[in-house]
Design a protein around this ligand. Structure first.
Ligand code: 1CP
Length: 359
């Protein structure tokens, strides 16, 4: 498993083809998932290792992707911290007891995931028992998790979150530290159970100015990545709209940075000074476009990705939930295209290098 293309790319080592997986590759666009969701809530699937295995592995079989991602939600570890939440249909995570004061933060419990979330480790063990590609474990990042528990629901502008950050910096720091500690423990549990890589989702941190990110978020991110560094599994850090934050992302200690479609791969490499591998960045809306347009844009991304070592093809954000849905066939075709086109390009450049080296 150590020399699987996905893990090689994470470590910026040579690959036979560009590895590919998709954020939200398990979800509503799949008829099988929609069927399962008629009988089970999202959290029921997360808590049941057999169902979790089924949903996690389905896209690997259906799409032929190079990695699986544990089926769960970023809210899961907040439950044992004392956050009372639901995942509401067509809304997302809703917190019934939002965290808005020093006392609210003081009440949050830093717990032992092995004791309180044993089903997550059990799912990882069950999934990795016969999975033939690496399993990515994951967690939400402190800022993005804080945004859900402070706002109480999905937000557009994060006004309460930013107000707390600026007006009570000590309370904010304590919240970031508690979340970071829980995240380190939670990721370590997934790695110990068999996750071959982890991704930390900071979906909404792109709402911050670089100065605010540096002061109010970066310390917690460094703590997270240094807290799992000894495990030596690749750590991917992803956010949306983070173009201006990328130089600071390179200082977090993550080994791979996930970018969206608003920033080019070349710019991302420059801004991170080539220190990390890059993952991305097809606009997920393109999956609703005609195939020739998808193919044209995928080709551009692969060409750019291959200009330096360390590239993983992905979307710039998750597969969209749309009516009519993204077709499973489109993602299958895209996966095959990424593999075939990149393998040809890599084989060609290897031949050119070999010819050049001839005496
Ligand atoms: O039942 C459903 O289908 C509802 C949609 C859904 C799904 C499929 C939710 C509610 N969560 C999930 C699973 C999930 N969540 C996965 C596993 C699927 C996979 O990748 O294959 C992952 C990795 C997440 C992580 C997650 N949850 C993020 C980070 C990634 C991202 O998309 O930015 C975030 C922000 C959430 C919160 C959340 N949970 C659900 C929704 C609809 C949302 C977003 C709400 C919002 O817009 O703020």
């Amino acid at each position: 498993m150590a020399d699987h293309p996905f893990l090689l790319a994470c470590r910026k080592q040579p690959v036979p083809h560009v590895p590919v997986w998709y954020m939200r590759q398990a979800g509503r666009y799949q008829p099988e998932y929609r069927k399962l969701r008629e009988r089970h809530t999202l959290l029921e699937i997360c808590r049941n290792p057999e169902l979790c295995r089924e949903v996690t592995c389905l896209p690997v079989e259906q799409l032929g992707v190079d990695a699986a991602i544990l089926f769960s939600d970023i809210m899961v570890p907040l439950g044992p911290m004392g956050v009372d939440f639901d995942i509401v249909e067509s809304v997302g995570p809703v917190t019934h007891n939002p965290v808005r004061s020093a006392a609210d933060v003081a009440r949050l419990r830093v717990f032992h995931p092995e004791e309180e979330l044993p089903y997550v480790a059990e799912s990882v063990r069950l999934i990795t028992r016969d999975l033939h590609v690496p399993l990515i474990g994951f967690s939400g990042a402190p800022f993005t998790l804080a945004s859900y528990i402070i706002e109480g629901r999905p937000s557009r502008d994060y006004l309460r979150t930013k107000r707390l950050m600026w007006s009570e910096p000590d309370v904010w720091r304590s919240l970031m530290e508690k979340l970071a500690e829980v995240i380190v423990r939670y990721l370590r549990m997934q790695i110990a159970a068999g996750a071959a890589a982890v991704q930390v989702f900071d979906s909404w941190v792109g709402s911050l100015a670089p100065e605010d990110y540096r002061v109010h978020v970066l310390p917690a991110m460094r703590r997270i990545f240094s807290g799992i560094a000894d495990t030596e599994v690749p750590a991917i850090y992803f956010g949306v709209g983070t173009g201006e934050l990328l130089p600071l992302f390179a200082e977090t200690g993550a080994s791979v940075i996930g970018i969206d479609w608003r920033v080019s791969i070349a710019a991302a490499r420059r801004r991170t000074q080539g220190r990390v591998a890059i993952q991305g960045n097809l606009d997920p809306a393109l999956l609703l476009a005609p195939w020739p347009e998808i193919q044209r844009r995928a080709r551009q991304i692969i060409d750019e990705g291959l200009e330096a070592p360390g590239f993983i093809f992905n979307l710039g954000h998750g597969v969209v939930h749309h009516q009519p849905p993204v077709e499973v066939d489109t993602l299958r075709r895209l996966t095959d295209f990424v593999h075939e086109y990149s393998a040809d390009r890599i084989a060609e450049s290897t031949r050119v290098t070999a010819r050049r080296d001839e005496p």
